[in-house]
Design a protein around this ligand. Structure first.
Ligand code: ATP
Ligand code: MG
Length: 546
């Protein structure tokens, strides 16, 4: 699809009206699964009409192009999707945030973004009442679930808008705003794994790269039934749970229920999912409870799986092969890159533990301190040649931090990796997480992956802690399998395993047994929180902690 030939250039239109013109009006765009596994369908035509109505309502209440609307709604509320597309149609900038975010975390984002509109529901609005007065930029709060004639205390606030009431008279026709390739359309906050989340600005042109990733990596076609488990509060849920698949005319499953291993497999089986995109944390949780579903479901429609967000441990890839008889493909990207940059995919032989190879237009480099290229198999900074279509165009309110991400035309991902002799990229760790012990660099990922190979261990996180002799020592936090016991024998088994596999310098010197590891809402292990707790220091911004 050459988007410059499509008019209007508007992602909201490309996800809906454009699909109708392609003849997909009656096709199911979204199948919404309720926690009891009952479901309802929305066709592309209905998605178009409802997002048009929403666009008309927000225009009527005053939204101007380029104003920001924050969407604070749980997965599975249809207005999260129709609202998002309606905002884009009306020329606004949509900002999805996690609905399980507390009021302080939400306040930070609303204040930082100076959002003028907020789309939410009654119960969540009640959480916010005490902060609303401190947000002078906020003009309207649109509640999706007041009954159309409902009068209640929420309406005492003149800023509150009853969406259903206005939808009654809203037209199903709307002419989407024409954008330039460089018009901002999404503001997304990063996951906050390393500190305070940063607001990342993306422009319309990002969709060119999104579509390329659908073609080269996810390889979706119109017959696929596709399920991305990510919440749109995380970039994965916006790019791969809303825009990229719908621009490709694909039926998406949206699960309003949370994580539940049996329900998940029931959904995969009953909905005949063909392509399933999820994250390592969810997979590790599934591994932990495999007795509940192993061999009990027919997964014959499922063709392949994908993963993103954290490194995909080889042990998980092997488990998926052995237990589900499927291939899983790791994909690497960031909020700042908006869409997949390096990945495995059908047609490219998978090396378990490698992130795969770059997309056809993406030029990564493993660089030294001066951003100069390092030879094969040398660990260094993972850089990407600046200028790809979906590259962020700024950190909101922080031009200085944005400028610091670029060096001689190279974007610094802040991850460390190496490239092997065959051109495959291997993730080593985040720059801040890599451990410098006795003069060697140890990546937490390889130690964590090796730990997972032991039967007794289901999750592991590795950090470096100051040590007078070694400079930093390897410390590990371990979650044991149900029934497994921590004892001297297991510790010795770990020491032998890590020594054999990675060498003595990678052997953890300290072991902390946990019931669970702290994670953020995108499901990522918060190593900095573990480290701060271990060192008795302040953990910094923990607003994204799940
Ligand atoms: P913050 O930037 O606020 O600290 P974050 O980096 O976790 O949070 P995201 O943009 O959601 O926010 O995540 C991108 C990061 O996630 C990458 O830089 C990388 O560290 C990690 N990541 C994502 N996918 C993969 C992958 N396939 N393998 C290894 N790491 C990955
Ligand atoms: Mg980041």
């Amino acid at each position: 699809m050459d988007i410059t030939k499509i008019s209007p250039l508007n992602t909201g239109y490309l996800c809906t009206g454009y699909q109708i013109e392609k003849g997909l009006g009656e096709k199911v765009a979204m199948r919404l699964i309720q926690p009891d596994l009952s479901f309802s369908d929305i066709t592309f035509k209905e998605l178009d009409q409802k997002s048009n109505q929403f666009a008309n309502v927000i225009k009527q209440i005053g939204l101007q192009p380029q104003e920001i609307m924050t969407i604070y709604l749980p997965v599975g509320i249809p207005e999260l999707y129709t609202g998002f597309l309606g905002i884009l149609k009306a020329g606004g900038i949509a900002c999805n945030v996690f609905s399980n975010m507390g009021k302080d975390a939400l306040y930070t984002r609303l204040e930082d973004s100076a959002s003028t509109y907020l789309l939410t529901k009654k119960s969540l609005y009640k959480r916010l009442k005490t902060i609303i007065d401190d947000l002078p930029s906020l003009k309207k709060i649109i509640l999706v679930d007041l009954h159309q004639d409902e009068q209640d205390e929420t309406e005492e606030n003149p800023k509150v808008v009853n969406l259903q009431k206005l939808l009654v008279s809203a037209s199903q026709e709307f002419s989407p705003v024409h954008n330039d390739l460089e018009t901002p359309y999404v503001l997304h906050y990063t996951s906050g794994s390393t500190g305070k989340p940063k607001g990342v600005i993306h422009v319309q042109q990002a969709i060119v790269h999104q579509l390329r990733t659908i073609e080269e990596v996810l390889q979706l076609n119109e017959n696929d039934i596709y399920w991305c488990t990510a919440d749109p509060g995380w970039v994965t849920g916006t790019t791969y749970g809303i825009t990229a698949p719908w621009m490709s005319g694909v039926t998406q499953i949206v699960n309003a229920g949370g994580f539940n291993p049996v329900d998940w497999f029931q959904i995969v089986q009953d909905q005949k999912i063909t392509v399933w995109y999820t994250a390592p944390t969810a997979l590790r949780m599934l591994m932990r409870e495999e007795d509940k579903f192993k061999g009990k479901f027919d997964l014959s429609n499922l063709d392949r799986m994908y993963s993103v967000g954290e490194p995909l441990n080889p042990e998980i890839i092997r488990w998926v092969k052995k237990t589900l008889d499927k291939q899983i493909y790791d994909t690497w990207f960031q909020t700042e890159t908006n869409a997949i940059m390096i990945s495995n995919r059908p047609g490219l032989p998978v090396k378990d533990g490698s992130m795969g190879k770059p997309l056809s237009t993406i030029q990564p480099r493993i660089g030294d301190d001066q951003a100069q290229a390092l030879p094969a198999n040398k660990t260094g900074r993972l850089l990407v040649k600046a200028g790809w279509e979906s590259m962020m165009r700024g950190y909101w309110n922080n031009e200085q931090a944005y400028q610091k991400k670029f060096e001689n035309g190279w974007y610094d991902t802040n991850d460390l990796a190496y490239q092997d002799q065959d051109g495959y990229y291997w993730f080593v760790g985040r720059n801040d997480d890599v451990i410098n012990t006795s003069g060697h660099l140890v990546g937490p990922f390889e130690v964590e992956s090796a730990l997972l190979e032991l039967d007794e261990i289901v999750e592991a996180a590795v950090i470096g802690a100051p040590d007078p002799m070694l400079f930093e020592k390897v410390v590990t936090f371990i979650v044991l399998k149900n029934g497994a016991e921590w004892n001297r024998k297991l510790e010795i088994a770990i020491r032998i395993h890590i020594t054999n596999k990675l060498g003595p310098i990678a052997v953890p010197l300290d072991y902390i047994i946990m019931n669970d590891l702290p994670k953020n809402q995108s499901g990522k292990i918060l190593r900095r929180v573990l480290k701060a707790n271990y060192l008795g220091e302040d953990a910094g911004d923990t607003s994204t902690m799940a």
